[in-house]
Design a protein around this ligand. Structure first.
Ligand SMILES: C[S@@+](CC[C@H](N)C(=O)[O-])C[C@H]1O[C@@H](n2cnc3c(N)ncnc32)[C@H](O)[C@@H]1O
Length: 381
């Protein structure tokens, strides 16, 4: 049986995520506002949870309803056989969010009102078909029913990821400004990194980009380390455990030693230690060479490769502004010391990027938390 799914993502990632979804076998792929819709078999659905690097969450779409009035929401939603999807005693969280884009004049019903109608409908569905009251306690919920309100319609879905998919299960605190793993994966995708050439992050912080690169270079599925029961679909009545275990076993067997070297460094020894620890938990410790060093005073670690740096900026790093002098020195160092490398520089859009003094071969805009950022890619000859 095929499922209709939607995967959410951050600004700037939709096209990259759509390509990733096609790559694992998703069909009817189309993009929306911070979202990619697709169709997938049961096997591709499970693979999506295990292998997509850029998806924030994945939802199984149950029904698309008219939502112009509260009683319509209730009467249409109660027709969904929730009792066939999850057990009544399992805690279920129910929430509705407005999915209208910024600046859209949606004219929707308030999301909390639609949410309360959806809650009533779920109750009704269980009471009518099974004469039981479902456990609508969001504490420790293993099932999450999520409604997306858009243009007076309500898309009712199940959050089959449970926790955000950027949570690879290995991060430990220690750096004030780590990138989200999903954004790190997007930076690597824009640079065309496929794991066959050397990779270097010279301002690695907690090592997010280098660890993601090492996973690509070793064929490691990003969510392989999420523990049993960590995905929402594992708590549904139709969970096909043998198929899921088969996919996990195949993904484990597909891991291999990298053919290219991965390097990371930072000027701050504590951050390098933090990055080493996380890389170790991710099973990538043995594949990444790490050092404490100043980017501006050191040479490239190999003749050629891909380098990505997320330069220091923003509120979480002591309100550092990116100065023209810093960027000019960075551009000079790239020109002088990085021949043969493709270099990606992630910086706030608001910084004086022209001071780098190099013409980017490619660029892409993203959102890093609340900060609009740009990745500039330079091929240095
Ligand atoms: C925005 S953070 C990188 C965060 C990282 N991408 C992560 O996911 O954790 C920028 C890093 O650049 C490092 N840094 C600043 N100046 C540096 C220099 N001259 N050489 C090497 N690292 C430097 C800082 O210590 C900081 O960890």
């Amino acid at each position: 049986m095929d499922f209709q799914l939607l995967a959410t993502c951050a600004d700037g990632l939709t096209d990259l995520l759509a390509a990733e979804i096609k790559g694992i076998g998703g069909t009817d792929v189309r993009t929306g506002y911070r979202v990619v819709y697709f169709t997938a078999s049961e096997e591709v659905t499970y693979a999506a949870h295990l292998r997509l690097r850029m998806a924030g969450r994945i939802f199984r779409i149950l029904k698309d309803l008219p939502a112009g009035a509260p009683n319509i929401v209730f009467s249409k939603a109660k027709q969904i056989r929730f009792d066939k999807l999850f057990a009544a005693d399992l805690p279920v969280a129910i929430a509705v969010i407005s999915a209208s884009g910024a600046g859209e004049d949606s004219g929707e019903l308030p999301a909390h009102l639609v949410g309360s109608k959806l809650r009533e409908a779920i109750n009704d569905s269980f009471q009518f078909h099974q004469k039981v009251v479902p456990n609508q306690s969001s504490r420790d919920a293993k099932v999450s029913v999520r409604g997306f309100l858009h243009h007076r319609r309500l898309m009712v879905s199940l959050d089959t990821s449970l926790e955000g998919l950027h949570k690879r299960g290995v991060r430990v605190p220690g750096h004030p400004a780590p990138l989200k793993e999903t954004l790190a994966a997007a930076l690597l995708a824009v640079c065309g990194y496929d794991g066959t050439t050397a990779f270097y992050d010279p301002m690695c912080g907690s090592g997010t980009i280098a660890i993601e690169a090492a996973q690509i270079a070793t064929g490691t599925a990003p969510l392989l380390l999420r523990p049993k029961g960590g995905f929402g679909f594992e708590h549904l009545l139709d969970f096909n455990e043998p198929l899921w275990e088969k996919l996990r076993a195949t993904a484990k067997a597909a891991r291999h030693d990298p053919t290219a070297k991965i390097f990371m460094s930072d000027i701050d020894p504590e951050y390098v230690e933090n990055a080493r620890q996380i890389a170790g938990y991710a099973g990538m410790g043995g594949f990444i060479r790490s050092e404490v060093k100043d980017f501006f005073k050191t040479a490239k670690p190999a003749d050629a490769g891909t380098m990505i740096m997320n330069i220091p900026y923003g509120q979480r790093l002591a309100d550092q502004d990116v100065t023209p002098e810093f960027l000019a020195a960075l551009g000079d160092h790239l020109k002088q010391a990085y021949q043969g490398w493709r270099c990606g520089v992630l910086a706030p859009v608001s910084s004086p990027l022209k001071s780098i003094g190099l013409k980017p071969n490619r660029q892409a805009a993203f959102q890093n938390g609340l900060i609009p950022v740009k990745l500039l890619v330079f091929d240095i000859y």
